[in-house]
Design a protein around this ligand. Structure first.
Ligand SMILES: [Zn+2]
Length: 137
C-alpha cells in the first residue's frame, strides 16, 4: 500500500513542517492509488526551506545550530542538504552579535547575513558564550 500523505521535518529545528499530499493517482483494482509513494518522505527533511517559526527567527536574527564535527559523517558539508551531527544547541542571535563573532571572517559573515543561519561547533559556541545566558528549565 502506498502512502498518499507525508509530514516532512524542518531542516533547522527538526519539527514537523509541511504536509506533502500525492496529487496523481491511478486505479489499482477497485481503489485509487497514488503514483508516487510518499512513505520515504515521511519524517524526513526534504529541503532547506525554514518552517514558519524558523522563518520568523531568521527575520529577527541569525539561527546558530551547534554540531559535533567528530561525530559527523565524513564530507557532511559537501552534501546538497548538509547533515552534520547536531549537538543540540539552537540559538538565535542578533546581527550585531554575529558581526562581533565573525569580525575576522568576512566571507562567513556575509554568508550568515544572507542565509540567516550557521552551524557552529559545540566548543566554539561555548567559547563564544552562547550558553552563558541560558536559564535552566
Ligand atoms: Zn523550523
Amino acid at each position: 500500500m502506498k502512502d498518499y500523505v507525508a509530514l516532512t521535518r524542518c531542516y533547522f529545528c527538526g519539527e514537523a513542517d509541511r504536509i506533502l499530499l500525492a496529487t496523481r493517482y491511478h486505479r489499482v483494482g477497485n481503489d485509487m492509488e497514488p503514483i508516487h509513494d510518499l512513505k520515504p518522505f515521511h519524517d524526513k527533511v526534504m529541503d532547506m526551506e525554514p518552517c514558519t517559526k524558523c522563518a520568523g527567527f531568521m527575520k529577527q536574527g541569525i539561527i546558530l545550530m551547534t554540531i559535533d564535527p567528530d561525530l559527523s559523517e565524513k564530507d557532511w558539508n559537501k552534501q546538497p542538504i548538509p547533515n552534520p551531527y547536531r549537538a543540540g544547541g539552537f540559538f538565535v542571535v542578533t546581527e550585531e552579535a554575529i558581526r562581533r563573532m565573525l569580525q575576522k571572517n568576512k566571507v562567513m559573515l556575509d554568508w550568515c547575513l544572507k542565509h540567516r543561519w550557521m552551524f557552529i561547533e559545540h566548543k566554539a559556541a561555548k567559547l563564544a558564550g552562547l550558553y552563558d545566558h541560558i536559564t535552566e528549565r
